[in-house]
Design a protein around this ligand. Sequence first.
Ligand code: KG4
Ligand code: ZN
Length: 353
Amino acid sequence: MKILGIETSCDETAAAIVVDGKTLLSNVVASSMDLHAAYGGVVPEIAARSHIESIIPVIEQSLEEAKLDWQAIDGIAVTYGAGLGGSLLIGVITARTLAIIKNKPLYKVNHVEGHIYANFLTETTLSGYNLPEKQPEFPMLGLIVSGGHSQLVFFENHFKYKLLGQTRDDAIGEAFDKVAKIIGLPYPGGPNIAKAALKGNPLAYQLPKARLKEKYDFSFSGIKTAVLRLSQSIIGEDYNFPSIKLSERLNDAQKADIAASFRRVAIETIVDKTVLAFNEFKPKSVVIGGGVASDQELRNQLSKRLPIDIKYTDPKLCTDNGAMIAALGCYQAAHQINLADPYCLSIKPNLSM
Ligand code: KG4
Ligand code: ZN
């Protein structure tokens, strides 16, 4: 079963082909990130416009890279939520049109669930991918940490899962992006904070971890404000000092210490809850997905604190991509789940798990 996956929920236009939910034949990603960097975050209108420009070339390239023609494709899987409305529309309309003219079944995919399925890819014909040797076993604990989501999900099996907890406010990736902005690092915040943190002391500053009544829920807006107040106090100003002017008054060593301290505490917060859930639900495997899942500090802390050996996937499959959508699409096709009508599939920007 060969599935073409299409992903356009945010600023990446992506298409990939996966066989039987485990073999990656192609993975093409065109990002409009550079266009957004000047604004310090994703601008929805710019993202949608660049999906329009890139979607057809990206899909054509994914077929070329896989050395396949349309006849070999058994179905199309497309992200229909969650995400930015304008961005989702381009992927969904393209997938619907292709499903009709190429006469292929169409599967609608939940983006957040897709992040988990990147971990099921264990083989590839492509070079430059470091994939786990074995697929994860059920029961499985999934941690999704991206720019839009922070969720802990317990999977008894494919499509049998329970959402244990999620963020009440900002997602962890969003907190990385906002903290980066405060200390003058470019978008996206995650990799830039990680780079700056390498030169800093992670114990330089104490920052708060949110305490919530629901034990598996997260909150990251408090730590973001704490970083703002900390930065103001380091330069001897009070809370009235404009955040936009902070970065010019902080020196590189102070920025590195703030980045390292924030990264340590933010990552510790999600690892604490993952360990708690692991002890309660005793899964056979733990998988992580979403942009922040490529963070080495997260991988180190999890490996240190969990009693099982975790096989992490390639960082290229943690940020948004079509491979995760194609992988989940294969399982949906095999279980005949989420088959969509190509004449009327609509987007669901607020889709949850
Ligand atoms: O999964 P993703 O590509 O898009 C969403 O679905 O949101 O995640 C993007 C987020 C951004 O907030 C970015 O700052 C963060 O993931 N990110 C990282 C890294 N690469 C991207 N965070 C930490 N370390 C990274 N290497
Ligand atoms: Zn994502």
